[in-house]
Design a protein around this ligand. Structure first.
Ligand code: FAD
Ligand code: NAP
Length: 314
């Protein structure tokens, strides 16, 4: 197999934009490695209203739908594989995939984003997929007319609580502090929604149920009072962990520099500490964690990758 000009790892907004700009910018042999459906984590969002120029009620899935076809038009290839590791020997990178295949590339753009974090309560693993979920658009419908709990106090928890409130009879929004870390307008909408009940300064200790699924949760508040709430479903939105696993080498070291949170250290051109390796989107330091910024990073990295490949291959 021929050596790739550029390998793009991850097909979210960052990876897809990198795919568009590298191919349209003249790189001829570019493959995007994406383990699932292209689009990234935003396809789980019930509504996006801050992508410039896209107005009206639109889901994350709707927003991302045309992106892969636009890239393919300029020649981007897509392989549906889980990349396990990226290594570098001399000037060449090797992409090691779960299916046992390897590909070589002159440059690599990483855009593997982040994954939902576990909240850590008892029963979280036991009931995951059977009453505990991290995706309201995927699973909300199963709880039509029922009562559910949402855990978390960030933008995701509040936005998804609003979405669930349209389907479910009641949403208990359980947050460990008094104040939320979300956009003021979103907080206002949550507070004004009749069937969202705020359960503040409270930690979810346990999700329990029977063979039919979840029947309730045990919550403990700051004063140590423990109480039960009867719900059929629990949606956890407690942040994300960086997907940096592909950078881990056989000896356990990381291919490039990362910070204590596992975020990849880049300069303003998305260059990592390793020449020819770029990191974009939610996985990089100081990421604004927005679709627009991830897409912007993808474009910046692609332009850099084109220059890098031109310089190296002449
Ligand atoms: P991601 O979107 O995480 O994409 C990474 C991709 O890489 C995934 O498709 C994944 O399958 C793939 N991947 C990971 N590891 C591998 C591997 N080893 N091999 C192959 N493929 C791999 N932002 C906004 O601007 N507005 C919003 O309204 C908004 N709402 C949101 C609502 C929700 C519910 C969530 C979860 C996020 C929301 N965000 C929103 C944030 C936004 O989705 C992210 O900032 C953005 O998707 C980051 O893009 P990314 O390309 O960096 O990574
Ligand atoms: P986040 O901002 O990190 O918020 C996570 C929330 O979960 C926090 O409120 C945190 O509490 C709580 N939490 C963390 N661990 C917990 C645990 N073990 N038990 C209980 N609660 C726990 O994550 P996010 O809401 O997913 O947002 C991620 C990023 O994407 C943010 O930058 C966000 O702005 C962005 N985003 C943007 C939009 C938008 O622009 N419309 C939509 C969604 C997401 P504390 O507050 O006490 O820390």
């Amino acid at each position: 197999m021929s050596i790739l000009d550029c390998a793009i790892i991850g097909g979210g907004p960052a990876g897809l934009t990198a795919g568009l700009y590298t191919t349209r910018g003249g790189l001829e042999n570019v493959t995007m490695f994406e383990k699932g459906m292209p689009g990234g984590q935003i396809i789980n969002s019930s509504e996006i209203e801050n992508y410039p120029g896209v107005t009206g009620e639109i889901t994350g899935m709707d927003l991302m739908m045309p992106w892969p076809a636009q890239c393919q038009k300029f020649g981007l290839k897509h392989e549906m594989v889980n990349v396990l590791r990226i290594s570098k020997k001399g000037d060449l990178f090797t992409i090691h995939s779960e299916d046992g295949s390897t590909r070589e590339a002159h440059s690599v753009i990483l855009g593997t984003g982040s994954s939902p974090r576990k909240a850590g309560f008892t029963g979280e693993d036991k009931f995951f997929g059977k009453g505990v979920s991290t995706c309201a658009t995927c699973d909300g419908f199963f709880y039509k007319g029922k009562e559910v709990a949402v855990i978390g106090g960030g933008d995701t928890a509040l936005e998804e609580a609003l979405y669930l409130a349209k389907i479910c009879s009641k949403v208990y929004l359980v947050h460990r502090r008094e104040s939320f870390r979300s956009a003021p307008n979103t907080i206002k909408r949550v507070k004004n929604t009749r069937n969202i009940e705020l359960v503040l300064n409270s930690l979810l200790e346990e999700v329990y149920g029977d063979e039919s699924g979840v029947t309730g949760v045990r919550v403990k508040n700051k004063s140590g009072v423990v109480y039960n709430i009867g719900v059929s479903g629990v949606f956890t939105f407690v942040g994300n962990d960086v997907n940096n696993q592909t950078l881990i080498q056989e000896d356990g070291s990381f291919l490039c520099d990362i910070n204590k949170q596992g975020q990849v250290i880049v300069d303003i051109s998305m260059r990592t500490s390793v020449p020819g390796l770029f990191a974009t989107g939610d996985m990089r330091i100081a990421a604004p964690k927005q679709v627009i910024s991830a897409a912007g990073d993808g474009a910046v990295a692609a332009l850099q990758a084109i220059s890098y490949v031109d310089e190296h291959l002449g």
